[in-house]
Design a protein around this ligand. Structure first.
Ligand code: 5GP
Ligand code: ZN
Length: 119
């Protein structure tokens, strides 16, 4: 989608700090981190929100979770833990209307993770 910032990031028309990518998904650092490790996992093709996911998107949704696993391994937090969060529509805190999963981690010795700014 022409005016979508995450489509531009997926097409590498806008630079980002890429942590992982394959043919269908990309993981990159959030520009405004709300945690020591704050990454965004996106499908490369445009889906605007959870509300727009269709049956034919099921493969890419699985790929997003597999990318989370691979990212956790790469960042060394697979066993210590991480939080995945999806904001849905404006009332749910969604500001960028290209589906994305927040990958949040990097706290040490915390069991209950409180993320400032996350609704
Ligand atoms: P939302 O509030 O839509 O769930 O989250 C949007 C996320 O995208 C936030 O973490 C925000 O910091 C991040 N973000 C917004 N614009 C950009 C950008 O141009 N580049 C990167 N790397 N992250 C962005
Ligand atoms: Zn998009």
């Amino acid at each position: 989608m022409a005016e979508c910032i995450f489509c531009k990031i997926a097409e590498k028309k806008v630079p980002s700090a890429i942590v992982y990518e394959d043919s269908s998904v990309m993981v990159f650092r959030s520009i405004k981190p709300l945690a020591p490790i704050h990454l965004l996992i996106i499908p490369k093709r445009h889906i605007s929100s959870v509300n727009e996911i269709k049956e034919e998107d099921k493969d890419v949704i699985l790929e997003m979770f597999l990318a989370a696993q691979k990212t956790a391994e790469k960042m060394g937090v697979k066993r210590s833990g991480y939080k995945l969060a999806v904001n849905v529509e404006k009332g749910g805190g969604q500001e960028v209307f290209h589906l994305h999963m927040h990958f949040l981690s990097g706290w040490e010795g915390e069991k209950d993770i409180d993320v400032p700014g996350m609704p």
